[in-house]
Write a protein that binds this ligand. Structure first.
Ligand code: SF4
Ligand code: SF4
Length: 77
């Protein structure tokens, strides 16, 4: 159950700095999480200043799809 970032992300980079498995990728419009890499530790959720990160059980289908697709083409953050 990976975490998912929504479009309120301001690309501050805080989450990328604390993720223990480097699951973050920097898409054009926002940070995204690679669902195949995230180990669901939850560390990033509490640290995001925008509250833009949530478990995929609470995320929109569009956000889940966007994170999965963009994580495969956007550079690692
Ligand atoms: S901490 Fe939040 S606002 Fe900052 S880059 Fe990560 S998801 Fe975006
Ligand atoms: S929940 Fe943990 S492993 Fe997943 S993206 Fe956030 S910090 Fe990284």
């Amino acid at each position: 159950m990976p975490s998912v970032i929504d479009d309120s992300c301001i690309k501050c980079g805080v989450c990328a700095g604390i993720c223990p498995v480097s699951a973050m990728h920097l898409a054009d419009s926002q940070m995204v999480i690679d669902p195949d890499v995230c180990i669901d530790c939850g560390a990033c959720i509490a640290e995001c200043p925008q509250s833009a990160i949530s478990p995929d059980s609470e995320a929109s289908a569009a956000a889940i799809q966007f994170n999965a697709e963009q994580a495969k083409i956007a550079p690692s953050a």
